[in-house]
Design a protein around this ligand. Structure first.
Ligand code: ADP
Ligand code: MG
Length: 863
């Protein structure tokens, strides 16, 4: 460091503690960055990179942003996943000896932003931490700094950790630096999060109440890591933190990361937005807190029938009384975000307007309670009974704050008359003085006989008497002292006026100071209400979500689901909640889903675009809606409580992903097969599509057989391999269904109707026609198809079950892919086929299957 100026040395010593942050170093009216920080920031923020003479031989890179517009730059960096350390001057430069003392006063990181402009109103902003105690013992801690929410979950595998984290849009994760490196890479590359490191896990005395109900040492330690990190980054009051909640993952339906993505619960795969997701359809909440709670419910459907029924009862109750419900929605509109307000109160950055909003919101609570009492449903009424109206806080705010306070808290005008005696006295003095001045003006007018004489005030000269030039001669000599000359008037003062002026100004100054004091005291007092306020926020959010369920259920004609303990599904005239909403007219075709206790697998065939995928997702979404306590889109629904849902949605629907689609397909399938229980729901949509026909079909069949024999989960399996439909002859828990389509004047007409039995045609050429491939190509394909079908008629029935691959399957292959035609001609003598025949598919692990496939593929390409 030698050679650098003292200030640069100060910079370097602070920077040493904040290596992974941009250090915003306050210099006068700017935040400056130096060295690499400057190089990277100038690029990321598109600001000019300059240099500075810092004492060393060469100039060092530097760039800076004005402090008053720093917010946008910080936001920009944090949104890109960076951290920013704000380093301020902490002593007055005028009195400082030597270099002004500087300290980092706050760290702004992706997971800990508090600023309203960086937060999404309807979304929680979670920071997570992971602690790894021993093999198979992980603890995740979540914190939302803006709401004070804390929770912990225990997981037994790293995959479980990833799936769990995938639940929430997490931007930053706090870990210990000795967390396994491959895990760290996973987090950075698969979840794209910013990693932060924190080793210390001690919990100070003042925070003991947050963990006193936890018995497991690991949970406490894991939370300690999070808490330490929060303290280090925030360096301010964290009074709003709520006691740590344990998330018992076993009490919620488990949805792995693939399903969450594939089912588009909270965002769509393609656009990454809420529009088009299930959340988009279901969100009829009025408040931002309600919206956040709904999202949480959707992330964790329930498993306990009793809890589900409780929610359904409440929805039912709300559904019965339209007018009262509408009134409730109305009241909710004037309730602000109590949860985040509470957070900002703790942080100490609320102004009088915020507190006024708080007052208005609390003022609405008695009305909300009264409305809930109007419901004939006892459970709805009891919701209301449990709401604490917080009269005390209301009264406090009501008697202290004026109705329409200014944003700034340093210029007075915040506190009501009558709240504080001293303040009243000052105000009286100042108002009185002003009254006195008004009277003086009248008196002077009379005594001088100058009608235009007036008394005015400005900041430089204070109070003055102004007389126009034309009237100057009317003023008596001696009494008035000239102060200022204007073009056509003169301004005077008198000792009497000055004396009153100083009284008024003093009173005003004192009253502004006192108001500030009082406001800060008020803010501290409000802090004492934070826990009650948070509880209130929770109750209100709950009412909001439930009324929202009732509202959406009524609007879309959803029906209350019934649950069965038998493994049985019976949905009559079910609909896809999202597809029916995005379709222009009422053209969605409802379908039944019927799986008796002894039927586990529905094998779905039908042409492309007929509605197979829609039908499958429809069941999963219906089950999820039912288990979060909402009504469901159908005439009636009988469902088991599913413990887990697994999905593998068609390769064609996959878009961006680092891995090959087929690898993803296999990973998803493996995940489902190895984790599902007989109480799970599995959707496998056109599995095997991502590879060539033979191994695709082989794998598809093997998977079906495995599910049928080993897993017993309720499974919907759609396929374009018609050959698989004959499986119903050997697998008694499998049932064929198909989506009906009809040919009409050479075109295919999709009826989107599900019928029992297998589809008889693949309609591939018709879809190609719809896609407007050249008509000569379509004609040629039709001719080839005819030839092949002609051949097929001459051969015997296919028998895939025994692993035979005869000519008759060709019709199908050609429709799939012209390239494979070549492959087929070599079928008989191909070593690939010989290998395939020898495979004992039932005995293969998915990984072995992959390896075999790879070999087969290689051979096929060589031959
Ligand atoms: P597949 O998986 O069979 O190729 P999809 O499920 O992707 O077909 O459905 C294709 C399109 O058909 C959907 O985008 C939707 O617009 C329409 N569709 C699907 N099911 C229905 C239905 N039940 N009623 C009306 N339209 C439907
Ligand atoms: Mg599909």
């Amino acid at each position: 460091m030698t050679g650098f100026t003292p200030m640069m040395q100060q910079y370097l010593s602070i920077k040493a503690d904040y290596k992974d942050c941009f250090l915003f170093f306050r210099l006068g009216d700017f935040y400056e960055m130096f060295f690499d920080d400057a190089v990277v920031a100038s690029r990321e923020l598109e600001i000019t990179l300059t240099g500075k003479n810092a004492g060393a031989e060469e100039r060092i890179p530097m760039c800076g942003v004005p402090y008053h517009s720093a917010e946008n730059y910080i936001k920009n960096l944090v949104e890109k996943g960076y951290k920013v350390a704000i380093c301020e001057q902490v002593e007055d430069p005028k009195t400082a000896k030597g270099v002004v003392k500087r300290e980092v006063v706050q760290l702004i990181t992706p997971g800990t932003v508090m600023d309203g402009t960086m937060l999404q109103e309807k979304e929680n902003n979670y920071l997570a931490s992971i602690s790894h105690f021993s093999e198979g013992d992980f603890v995740i801690v979540y914190n939302d700094l803006s709401t004070g929410e804390n929770s912990v979950a225990t997981l037994t595998s790293w995959n479980g950790v990833l799936s769990e984290l995938f639940n929430r849009p997490i931007k930053e994760i706090v870990v210990s630096s000795d967390l396994n490196e491959s895990y760290q890479t996973d987090l950075q590359e698969r979840l794209l999060v910013t990693l932060s490191y924190q080793e210390d896990t001690t919990i100070q005395e003042e925070f003991h109440h947050l963990v006193e109900h936890l018995s497991e040492e690991n949970l406490i330690q894991a939370f300690g890591r999070m808490l330490q990190y929060l303290q280090i980054t925030q360096k301010r009051s964290l009074d709003h933190l709520k006691p740590v909640q344990i998330i018992e993952l076993a009490q919620f339906m488990s949805l792995d990361m693939y399903s969450k993505r594939n089912l588009e619960l909270t965002e769509t795969i393609m656009r990454k937005g809420k529009h088009g997701s299930l959340l988009w359809v279901l969100d009829k909440t009025v408040t931002a807190m309600g919206a956040r709670m709904l999202k949480k419910w959707l992330e964790r459907p329930l498993l306990t029938k009793q809890l589900i029924e409780k929610r359904l009862n409440l929805v039912d109750g709300f559904l019965q009384q339209f007018f009262e419900r509408e009134e409730i929605r109305d009241v909710l509109k004037s309730i602000y975000d109590l949860e985040r307000l509470a957070g900002r109160v703790a942080f100490g950055n609320v102004n009088a307007r915020d507190l006024n909003q708080l007052k208005i919101s609390i003022g609405k609570i008695p009305e909300l309670k009264a409305l809930l009492q109007k419901f004939s449903d006892e459970q709805v009424r009891s919701l209301g009974k449990h709401i604490n109206p917080m009269d005390g806080l209301y009264e406090l705010l009501d008697k202290s704050l004026v109705e329409d306070p200014p944003i700034t808290i340093k210029e007075g005008g915040l506190i009501k008359d009558g709240f504080n005696e001293t303040l009243d006295k000052y105000r009286y003095a100042s108002r009185n003085g002003k009254q006195w001045i008004a009277e003086l003006e009248k008196k002077e007018k009379e005594s001088t006989n100058i009608k235009s004489l007036k008394i005015g005030y400005n900041k430089v000269f204070g109070y003055y008497i102004e007389v126009t030039r034309a009237n100057l001669h009317l003023l008596p000599e001696g009494k008035y002292e000239r102060k200022q000359t204007l073009t056509n008037a003169e301004r005077f003062i008198t000792p009497e006026l000055k004396e009153k002026e100083s009284l008024i100004l003093e009173a005003e100054e004192k009253s502004v100071d006192l108001e500030y004091q009082l406001f800060i005291e008020l803010r501290e007092q409000v802090k004492g209400f934070i826990p009650t306020l948070q509880a209130l926020a929770e109750r209100v959010s709950e009412v909001d979500v439930l009324q929202g369920f009732a509202t959406v259920s009524e609007a879309n004609d959803y029906k209350r689901p019934t649950f069965t303990n038998k493994r049985e599904v019976k949905i009559i005239e079910g609909r896809h909640p999202v597809v029916e909403k995005v379709m222009k007219s009422d053209s969605f075709v409802p379908n039944n889903v019927e799986m008796d206790p002894d039927k586990d697998i529905l094998l779905i065939t039908g042409p492309n675009m007929s509605g197979k995928s829609t039908y499958m997702r429809q069941l999963a979404l219906t089950a999820i809606m039912a288990q979060i306590g909402c009504f469901v889109p159908c005439k009636s629904a009988l469902l088991p409580v599913f413990d887990q849902i697994f999905t593998r949605i068609g390769a064609a629907d996959d878009l961006v992903s680092g891995q090959s689609t087929f690898m993803v397909e296999m990973l998803e399938a493996k995940h489902a097969i190895t984790n599902a229980t007989e109480n799970s729901l599995i959707l496998l949509d056109e599995i095997g599509r991502g590879t060539s026909t033979y191994d695709g079909m082989a794998l598809a069949q093997a998977i079906i057989e495995y599910l049928h024999e080993q897993v017993h989960a309720k499974t919907l399996f759609s396929t374009h391999y018609h050959e698989l439909t004959s499986l119903d002859q050997t697998l008694n828990k499998l049932k064929n269904i198909h989506v009906r389509a009809e040919e009409y004047e050479g075109r295919v007409v999709f009826l989107h109707q599900i019928k029992d039995g297998a589809a008889d045609e693949s309609y591939g050429i018709h879809v190609a026609k719809l896609a407007e491939l050249p008509s000569s190509l379509i004609d040629r394909a039709t001719v080839i198809l005819k030839q092949l079908e002609g051949k097929q008629d001459n051969t015997k029935q296919s028998n895939l079950n025994e692993g035979k691959h005869d000519d008759q399957q060709l019709s199908f292959f050609v429709r799939e892919n012209n390239k494979e035609k070549k492959q087929k001609q070599e079928v008989k003598e191909s070593p690939v086929i010989q290998d395939l025949k020898q495979l004992n598919i039932l005995e293969l692990t998915p990984m072995e299957a992959m390896n075999h496939l790879y070999q087969l593929h290689k051979k096929a390409n060589e031959s």
